[in-house]
Design a protein around this ligand. Structure first.
Ligand code: F6R
Ligand code: ZN
Length: 181
């Protein structure tokens, strides 16, 4: 028997069933940005990013893989670029791939000892995120930043640790250029 693929990945879009769409607005990113005054003054309904995920097996299944496309819009809150919430995986040793399809950005990674470093994202860049490593992406360009992701279906997402403790370094826009401080 020959089957049609259930999901189509065309450039930077993902269509078909079951593709889950998640929208993160500024109001979903409370306690993420440093400049709370700038955050409070901003439009809370502003969409910061959208994630289209293909989840072919149940969340928590051991041995399966999930696939996602994230579209992160350009913008700043105070001196910080729009960025994803960032997370560790709940099963901490689970690794992930990110790859950039469009735009310019930075992938911030932080290990369990709170060492933070960054990798530049540009179309074609491939990023291996080891287990035990928190990950967050910032859009440092003037247009949309789109990247793919592939992660184990039992990885889970621990956002709480990042909301509480943050990353040990922040990516700021200094004279329009990204600086990890
Ligand atoms: C999955 C993964 C990505 C992110 C997405 C949004 O493990 O890392 O698909 O979920 O880029 O970022 P977060 O989840 O940090 O809001
Ligand atoms: Zn992840």
């Amino acid at each position: 028997m020959i089957h049609q693929p259930p999901v189509h990945f065309l450039g930077k879009t993902l269509t078909g069933q079951p593709v889950q769409k998640q929208v993160r607005k500024l109001k979903d990113l409370d306690n993420i940005f440093l400049d709370q005054a700038a955050f409070s003054a901003a439009d809370m309904n502003r969409v910061v990013y959208e994630v289209f995920s293909y989840l072919p097996v149940d969340e928590g299944t051991e041995g399966g893989l999930f696939f996602g496309m994230t579209h992160l819009y350009p913008g700043t809150v105070g001196q910080e670029f729009y960025m994803t919430k960032g997370h560790f995986h709940t099963i901490e040793n689970r690794a992930e791939y990110y790859w950039c399809v469009e735009g310019e950005g930075m992938l911030l990674m932080m290990d369990k000892h709170r060492n933070t470093w960054a990798e530049q994202m540009q179309p074609g860049s491939l990023h291996y995120i080891d287990g035990y490593t928190a990950h967050r992406v910032a859009n440092t360009g003037g247009g949309i930043l789109s990247f793919g992701a592939c992660w184990p279906s039992d990885a889970g997402h621990d956002y709480a640790t990042i909301v509480k403790n943050g990353f040990s370094r922040r990516l700021l826009s200094v004279e329009g250029k990204p600086a990890l401080v």
